[in-house]
Design a protein around this ligand. Structure first.
Ligand SMILES: [Fe+2]
Length: 275
């Protein structure tokens, strides 16, 4: 358990200016993704990557029993395993971008880190979960003058360099959250003339995408293991998804020292509709 060491996550980073924030939110809604560029420093990347190794190297976490932390290439509930992953959820400048899109009562829906070696990965094009705003045949797309609502954002940060296609970057099809359907082709999908964009960069770059945009991880054809940290945030109206779901209880040590914003991100809410 790595709550014994102190957090390396930088808590002094400033949010974007209100003007910049508004531009980013606008671009995110239009394109379905936003590439923030370099965000995490070397120490932060090192700490997060080490936490992933600690989970991956534990034999007992590989399985399908209650409490296990691994599903395929996903390392689950990383906030439970390491204080750096917990603190990452409240890291600027992205947490305030996420709040601007999902609301000031948003929370983390899950926190799965991805570790994929050669030939591994989620390489099929998809939207997460399901198409939330489907359109019937004959209706080509959602009206560009409305905003397709965003309920879930994936915020991802490579912890190893992913500068070229061979290292397996995330790819997205810009604007495809307006399609009202799943990817139009299993290979090389495009939406209104725009094909896949590869979100490449050095360790520490951050990017976020609408979970209804068509996306995948490009196959990792190199011999480098790809480490991808991050957070999945959702609107308050979407429930959190922490295995084993029924009777999940967040361990007390995760809450220790957390301020009100972090507690809310972890799931502390006021009474409200339905509860
Ligand atoms: Fe996905």
């Amino acid at each position: 358990m790595s709550y014994t060491r102190s957090s390396s996550i930088d808590k002094t980073f400033a949010p974007y200016s209100p003007e910049r924030l508004a531009e980013i939110v606008e671009q995110f809604h239009r394109d379905g993704y936003y590439f923030l560029g370099p965000v995490l420093n070397e120490q932060e990347c090192f700490a997060l990557k080490a936490a992933m190794d600690e989970v991956y190297d534990r034999e007992e976490f590989h399985g399908d029993e209650e409490g296990d932390y691994i599903r395929g290439i996903s390392l689950l509930r990383m906030f439970e395993r390491d204080i750096n992953f917990r603190d990452l959820t409240a890291r600027e400048p992205f947490v305030s971008v996420v709040e601007a899109i999902l609301g000031n009562d948003c929370h983390i829906m899950s926190q799965n880190a991805l570790r994929n070696g050669p030939g591994e990965g989620v390489t099929g094009w998809h939207v997460d979960d399901r198409v939330l705003f489907p359109l019937p045949d004959g209706v080509e797309r959602h009206n560009p003058e409305i905003r397709v609502p965003c309920f879930v954002i994936n915020l991802l940060i490579p912890l190893t360099d992913v500068e070229e296609l061979e290292f397996g970057p995330t790819q997205v099809v810009p604007g495809s959250h307006y399609s009202g359907r799943g990817p139009n082709r299993p290979e090389n999908p495009s939406f209104e003339g725009r094909g896949p964009v590869s979100l490449t960069g050095k360790a520490g770059v951050a990017y976020m995408f609408h979970n209804q945009v068509w996306h995948r991880g490009h196959p990792n054809t190199s011999d480098r293991v790809r480490y991808l940290g991050g957070v999945t945030y959702s609107q308050r109206v979407v429930s959190q998804r922490f295995y084993p779901f029924l009777n999940y209880r967040m361990p007390e040590y995760v809450l220790e020292g957390a301020d009100e914003r972090l507690l809310r991100l972890l799931g502390k809410h006021k009474k409200g509709a339905y509860g």
